[in-house]
Design a protein around this ligand. Structure first.
Ligand code: ZN
Length: 417
C-alpha cells in the first residue's frame, strides 16, 4: 500500500486564496483543499477531491459552501503586559487631564511598573486570554512586542511569555524586541546610556537567548530621535536581525525613510508620511502596517495617505496594535472594518492586509498568508456570503472553524451548519 498523498481534505468551500492575480481575492468557487502533515498538498475542484477521497479512503470534511481564507495574521501587537489602563480611561472621561494622570503615575509608566512586578506565569496567562480572543476570529499568527520592561530582566520575561504562548496555544508567535519604546524614569538623566544599553548588551543577550525574531523602535518626537533609532537599527543589523519601526504616528520625522534605508520589514502607523517617504518604502519593499485602532482611540484626524501608498506600490497590512493605552483591541475583524471606513482601504486590500501583506510584514511570505500548495495549512472557515463581509460587519464573528498546521483547532473540525 502506498503512502497517501493527503492526510485529510476540506471539500465544498469557496476559497479566497488571497494569491495575487486576475481574480479578486484569488477566488476559487466550490473548491477543495487537501493537507499533508502541516502543509497544503493540493487545491482544486470539489468534485475531483470527493472522487479521490472516496477512492483512496481519505478523511473528508464537508465545508457546506462556507468561505475559506488563509488564517489571519495580526502583525503588530503589544499583547504581553501587566495591569490595564481602565481606571485612566474612566478618569479621563470624567474630566481629569492627561497631565494630572501622568503626574499620578498613569500613562505608559504605569504599564511599565505593572509589567515589572508581574511574574512570568501571570504575564503569559493574561496575554493568553487576549490571544484566545484574537484566535476566535481566525487568527493563526500573532506578532508580539516587548517594550514595557525597559530593563533587561523584564524585557526578557516579556519575550519568554510571548514564546510560551506558542507552546501553550495552537497559534504561531513572532517575537519583537521593542528596545526603544519609552525612556524609563530611572534613565531620565541618562538618555544616552539607556539607548546604548538597549542597543548593546541587552539586545545581544536577548538575541543570544533566541528570544528575538525582529526588533522595533518608537521613532517620534515624544519617544526616540532619528539618530537614536538609527543607532539601535544598526546594532540589530550587525546581529542579522530584521526590523520594524513605529513611524509617523504623530509627526513626520523621516522615520519612514530610515525604515527603508535599513530595509525594515515594516513601517507602522504612518499617519504622517510624505511622498518622499512613501516612495522610499515602495523602493525598499517595506510593508506599511496601518493601525486604525490607535488612530481611533487617540481620535486622530489625519489618516495615513493611502492613495500615496498605493501609487508608490507599498504593500499595506492591517493590525490591532493591541496595547493597554492606545488600542485595547483584540478584534482583527474590527480593524479590517476600520481600515475601510476610516482609512479608505477596499475590503480586498484590508483582507490582504491581514493575510498576504501581513505575512510579508513578518518576513513569512513564503510560509503563510496565502492558500497555495506547499504553504503551511493555516486557514479559517467563515459563515459569510462573500469575502467583503469580513470587513463589512461590526462586532460579528462569523468564524466557524480554524485549521492550524494542518489540524482542526476545534475538536470535531468544521461546525455543522
Ligand atoms: Zn505599537
Amino acid at each position: 500500500m502506498s503512502i497517501k498523498e493527503w492526510d485529510r481534505v476540506w471539500v465544498g468551500a469557496d476559497i479566497a486564496t488571497m494569491v495575487a492575480g486576475s481574480e479578486p481575492y484569488g477566488k476559487l468557487k466550490n473548491a477543495a483543499l487537501a493537507v499533508k502533515g502541516e502543509r497544503i498538498a493540493w487545491i482544486g475542484p470539489a468534485a475531483e477531491a470527493r472522487r479521490r477521497a472516496a477512492a483512496e479512503d481519505i478523511p473528508l470534511e464537508d465545508c457546506a459552501g462556507r468561505w475559506m481564507t488563509p488564517g489571519l495574521i495580526d502583525c503588530h501587537t503589544h499583547l504581553v503586559y501587566g495591569g490595564d489602563r481602565v481606571e485612566e480611561f474612566e478618569k479621563r472621561l470624567c474630566g481629569v487631564s492627561y497631565e494630572e494622570i501622568a503626574r499620578a503615575g498613569g500613562g505608559i509608566q504605569s504599564t511599565v511598573n505593572a509589567t515589572r512586578t508581574m511574574d512570568s506565569a501571570s504575564l503569559s496567562g493574561t496575554a493568553a486570554v487576549r490571544a484566545r480572543r484574537l484566535m476566535s476570529e481566525g487568527v493563526t499568527t500573532i506578532e508580539v512586542k516587548s517594550g514595557y520592561g525597559l530593563e533587561l530582566a523584564t524585557e526578557r520575561r516579556m519575550l519568554e511569555a510571548a514564546r510560551a504562548l506558542e507552546r501553550e496555544l495552537p497559534v504561531s508567535v513572532r517575537t519583537t524586541y521593542l528596545g526603544l519604546h519609552a525612556l524609563p524614569n530611572e534613565f531620565r538623566e541618562r538618555r544616552r546610556h539607556f539607548v546604548a544599553q538597549a542597543s548593546g548588551p541587552w539586545l545581544e543577550e536577548l538575541a543570544a537567548a533566541h528570544l528575538v525574531d525582529a526588533v522595533d523602535a518608537f521613532c517620534e518626537n515624544i519617544a526616540f530621535s532619528l539618530a537614536e533609532t538609527e543607532q539601535f537599527l544598526r546594532a540589530a543589523r550587525n546581529l542579522g536581525l530584521p526590523a520594524h519601526l513605529h513611524a509617523g504616528q504623530l509627526s513626520d520625522m523621516g522615520a519612514a525613510e530610515l525604515a527603508a534605508q535599513y530595509g525594515a520589514l515594516s513601517a507602522d502607523h504612518l499617519e504622517y508620511l510624505s511622498e518622499h517617504g512613501a516612495r522610499a518604502l515602495g523602493a525598499a519593499c517595506t510593508v506599511a502596517v496601518l493601525l486604525p485602532g490607535a488612530y481611533f482611540t487617540l481620535r486622530q484626524s489625519t489618516p495615513p495617505p493611502v492613495p500615496l501608498l498605493r501609487e508608490a506600490g507599498v504593500p499595506m497590512a492591517v493590525a490591532t496594535d493591541c496595547n493597554p493605552g492606545t488600542s485595547p483591541c483584540t478584534s482583527l475583524l474590527l480593524m479590517l472594518n476600520m481600515a475601510c471606513t476610516l482609512f479608505g482601504l477596499t475590503p480586498e486590500e484590508a483582507l490582504c492586509g491581514a493575510t498576504r501583506h501581513a505575512a510579508r510584514a513578518l518576513g513569512l511570505q513564503d510560509e503563510i498568508g496565502t492558500l497555495a500548495v506547499g504553504k503551511r495549512a493555516d486557514f479559517a472557515l467563515w459563515d459569510i456570503g462573500r469575502p467583503a463581509e469580513l470587513c463589512y460587519a461590526l462586532g460579528a464573528n462569523p468564524c466557524r472553524g480554524v485549521v492550524y498546521r494542518g489540524r482542526p483547532r476545534t475538536p470535531g473540525g468544521v461546525a455543522p451548519r
